[in-house]
Design a protein around this ligand. Structure first.
Ligand SMILES: [Zn+2]
Length: 336
């Protein structure tokens, strides 16, 4: 048995089964987790699509279960590949829906929130050097993606540090923002098993996506949230935990979370150094930096790479190694 199969078998013995659900996004499949306990629990659901529903139903059936049997649905964070089906599942099963309390208003009014997120992203992109036609194209893409999400009412809001009690286990609920403002991880403390969603993924570095703060109004235009700094602080908190297994929102389980987190921390500091090096020859916009690092990326990736670069610029700004100057509505960064 490979390490990964062994890890999944260990999870299965603890009653936790990975269900890999298809998504139309570049990330590929998303992992939902069925927890055989009372209440019968599903962590995340997949996007709102007939294909995802069909595969979820078949995956549940492989464990002798149906949608109607689900009693508790847990939402890990605000991304549609994770919660898109939650509303339909809750309606069909009558399940309670649990999520971080700060995330509940967002999920309840998903359509309006997504619209505000797009406005926020649009302003960020224009301010950091992405051309108006690319921004317009991205807005259209983003609006079409919205159909894979759907508003859902959270019936069991939980605070950071709170608990979800099941018959055979207690899940500790921990807020670990960074990849998104609402990232929540769920710790089965007695077994050392962590359901980490997109907070930590084995095969890809989780994107610290620049997002509107959860408590911000619809027209939020305040200071740029420091997603990468927030994410690194969250990663360090997770590194300090003693865990036997991490189950992620995408891909394979993680056994050695501390060494994986160390690898990620090194990656981010290397990337910050590289960006600092680029800025020594001349000042640049964040978009120009992204272009230097990754070349012509697909239009749909422009916001992801911009978020990545801005996150590293925030690290350099915090260390006083870069300064930021806005002129005619466009921001440029210079090495100090
Ligand atoms: Zn995500």
């Amino acid at each position: 048995m490979s390490d990964e199969e062994e890890a999944l078998a260990l999870a299965a013995r603890a009653g936790i089964h990975r269900l890999a659900i298809p998504t139309p996004f570049q990330v590929g499949r998303v992992n939902a987790y069925l927890i055989e306990d009372s209440p019968l629990t599903l962590v995340d659901s997949g996007p709102n699509s007939a294909k995802a529903m069909d595969e979820l139903e078949r995956a549940l059936a492989a464990h002798g279960r149906a949608v109607e049997d689900i009693e508790l649905l847990i939402v890990s964070h605000q991304h549609i590949d994770h919660f898109g089906l939650a509303s339909i599942l809750a309606r069909r099963s009558g399940a309670e829906v649990a999520a971080l309390e700060e995330l509940a208003p967002y999920l309840a009014s998903f359509g309006a929130q997504a619209e505000s997120d797009d406005l926020f992203a649009q302003r960020i992109m224009l301010r950091h050097g992405i051309s108006a036609d690319v921004v317009t194209a991205l807005r259209a893409v983003s609006a079409s993606f919205r159909a894979w999400g759907a508003a859902v009412e959270v019936t069991r809001p939980v605070g950071d540090g709170g608990e979800l009690r099941l018959r055979d286990r207690t899940l500790k609920v921990l807020h670990r923002p960074g990849h998104s403002p609402s990232d929540t991880i769920f710790l089965d403390e007695s077994r050392g098993i962590l359901l980490a969603a997109d907070h930590l993924i084995k095969h890809i570095s989780s994107n610290p996506l620049l997002a509107r703060p959860l408590d911000a109004g619809p027209d939020f235009d305040g200071p740029r949230p420091q997603a990468l700094l927030t994410y690194l602080a969250s990663l360090r908190e997770t590194r300090a935990m003693d865990l036997s297994l991490v189950l992620s929102g995408h891909g394979q389980p993680i056994v050695e979370h501390k060494s994986l987190i160390d690898e990620r921390l090194r990656l981010h500091s290397r990337r910050a150094e590289k960006i600092h090096g680029l800025l020594q020859s001349r000042s640049r916009t964040a978009h120009e930096i992204a272009h230097e690092l990754w070349g012509n990326v697909a239009v749909t990736q422009a916001y992801l790479t911009l978020s990545e670069v801005l996150g590293h610029l925030d690290l350099l700004l915090a260390d006083g190694r870069v300064r930021e100057q806005e002129q005619d509505g466009v921001v440029r960064f210079t090495a100090t």
